[in-house]
Design a binder for this molecule. Sequence first.
Ligand SMILES: [Zn+2]
Length: 933
Amino acid sequence: GAHMAAYGGLHPSYSEKAVVDTVPFYEGGRYDPTVPKPNDFLEHPLGQWPLPYHELVAYIEALADHSERVVLDTRGKTHEGRDMFNIFISAPANIANLNQLGAAMEMLADPGRIESESELETAIEELPAFAWLGYTIHGDELSGTDAAVQMAYHLAAANDSATLHLLENVIAIIDPLENPDGRERYVHMLQNYKSHVPNYDPNAMQHSGVWPWGRTNHYLFDLNRDCILLTQPETIGKIQTIQKWHPVLVVDAHEMGSHATYLFSPPREPINYNTPPNVLKWWKVYNQDQAAAFDRHGWPYYAGEWNDQWYPGYTSAWPTFFGAVGILYEQAGVNGAVVKQRDDYLLTFHEAVNHQFTSSLTNLLTTANNRRELLKDYYEARKGIVSEGKKSRLQFLFVPDDDELKMKRFIESLIGQGIVVQRATQEFSVGKATDIYHAEHSSRKFPAGTYVVNTAQPNGALAKAVLEFDPHFKQEFLEEERRELEKHNETRMYEVSAWSVPLAYDIDAYYTNSSFTVATEQVNSVELSQGKLVNPQGQFGFVINMEGEKTYRLLNRLFAKELVVYGSEKPFTVEGRSYKAGALLLRKRGNPKELPSILAPLAEEVGINIYGVNSGRSTEGSYLGAPTFRLLAQPRIGLVMGDGMNYLSVGSLWYTVDKELEIPHSLIQVSRIQYTDLSKYNVIILPSAWGDVLRGLLGERGAKKLDKWVTEGGTLVMTGRSAVWAADTSVALSQVRLKRQVLDKLDVYKKGLERELQAEAPTVDTMALWHPDKIPAGENVTQKKEEAPPSKPGKKEAEDLDKWQRKFHPRGAILQADIDTEDWLAFGMRGQVPVMAYTSHALMAAAPVKTPARFAPEQNDLRLSGLLWPEARQRWTGTAYVTRESKGKGQIIMFATDPNTRAYFWGTRRMFVNAILYGPGMSRGFEPYEEKQ
Ligand SMILES: [Zn+2]
């Protein structure tokens, strides 16, 4: 047994018991022999070993070919080119009428189209309920897909009365594999590390795999956070399917740790308060039936222990906001054939698959048995949402800015979820509106083109859950969380406490409960403006404005064409047109003669205007030959990844560099940095890491190597825990420091911050300047300020306070950072930006380190959304968010937390893109001044 492990006994991988799980998937099942059986298509019998992707495809295609109960449809391709599937299964009569039944369901889903109780009764009389079952969204949670295959076979072939009754009343839509790339990667790993001698030890690599494992998709995204963001192809098709067919039941089957049992719904608090009441009611009904099914086999299970449902972007949470009952499964992971649990129980993959299969079948039977009530409640829930929207008059307003691609991505992510978005066709005014920085505006005028989302729509509660700037927890939950933190130093939060999508995109957004009238049109997609080369004859050169994403994409292409490009540090006006800081300049001199014919197609491809200018003489700002135009250089990027790095941080940065901006780059293994020739690169990106691992992975040698590389001209960009590593006094690659290591110098940083703020609005006391002798004694303000003695707590006191404050650190709250808009890292930014903060580390920076973005120095401004305890507010206020420091010929740029969370924080992402695209040029740009001296 386990107690002997330390001194002797059996190897943890060994058991003398032969493990054969003989519990059938379905007791006494009678199956149509003409329907293909899974085992005819699988190398290993179902449940003995996780089936690979190609066997899944072969089987479901055969099933669709041989059964009148089955229709197979694809719903898009993954990044790696794998098809994703919807398997529709129901009674042949339902399948033959699939589209009509879908249309009937769509009518029921629109409360405006049914006007009386009798119409409602007629509408649901003959209508089967749709149910959506999704499996293995986390690719390393394997048993779901094998259960989906058994499920598809059972529904297609079983002829017992219970299953026939189910098929008459339910149309199942099975998504057998939500994340094909991740699962395939993981199945390969298990195969790669499989030993010849049987192994039951969950620690063994044949059960655990290696970095980056299989949870995520190709770009290492957690797809079970993406439902409200729609950044990944795996999500988009799935969300479309659910929106189109209106399932009343949505199941998402997961796995958890190997030593666990089985978890299902309902979740525990905090449950997002936008969930309609019918969902809470039906969770209990499904739960009772599912528990009874497990009790029949004596299988252990639980519910409501750790899975909260505050974040709306889970697959099992997202559909609840428009009336579907979302159910989560979590099965103990086997990761192969068999694992030995803590109590020596040998859990087989077959049993895991059986748990998932039995759960799904039970949920479908509950749906069939309660079809009419479920359909009626779905209708009522949506009707209730519309009238709640009418009552509250809650509407969201989004004013487009000059970053068209950002606006398109944001608006289309809402439309993709089925949220109705309108666009004002004229200017209008709103009595009271509140912006994302909590500022209230009276009689605010909005321009034509403003996007409007009215919550008086069936997807109004979803819209509210996704868009709400600052949802508040219930008092009881806050008390519970506080007790947990103070007593156990633990949190009850499973996920971030804030996610507001308009904040993340840094949209000029408002909400209002005031009525207003304006003509609008419904938006189905956001059109982008065209770009062209204006005045191709421009005799001095060509200028491109800073318009966010389009400018970035163009700049990347200009680099690829090896053109000589300058970036303007400051705004300027030339030939009647104004350009912002970050605008690009191509002088004719130094570029190829055929420059206009190179630029014209680029302007069209990217959709941005390129303006030819005849003169370099600006009417405002610097002339186009001034040193404020800095020669830019193509980034030669090394992006660091590998074991120890935070794959979510790595993935979101990789996705932006590779897929969105298409910048050439090399992925470099973190453990090989010490041995890699870094001189080939001028930008190295170190994404966040897990805990303190960089100390070991890079060691002193790696730190020295990076240090030398920076000194020789490199731009080192670090985020989250990598920045923490570089700031730690024992590494000190950067001059930035961790707050807890400089508690005795806080007054120095405070003074530095005061001077920084003062410099933004300097006052010149001319009396003090020219006639200090005439100022009465004791009234010299400047002197007084500088001489004020710092009040310092004792060392022990300061450490205690800091430790106490750290306990309450932000766990996914959105905070305000104030921006130094004169810094080049702030190209395209406004004066503030919302930042996702999930960290227990505060960074301190003082001159000569620049701090282009700083957490709001005014405590009351700091929290924008989510949970931030007063202790954390005190600790993080005024600390550094983005720092920039020169070192030799190079520079170090650090982000205190990840700037590109889930690839939708486009506000802070800008500073990251500025760092990598403008960085190599901006770090080397001081030569003109030096030459002059
Ligand atoms: Zn999972």
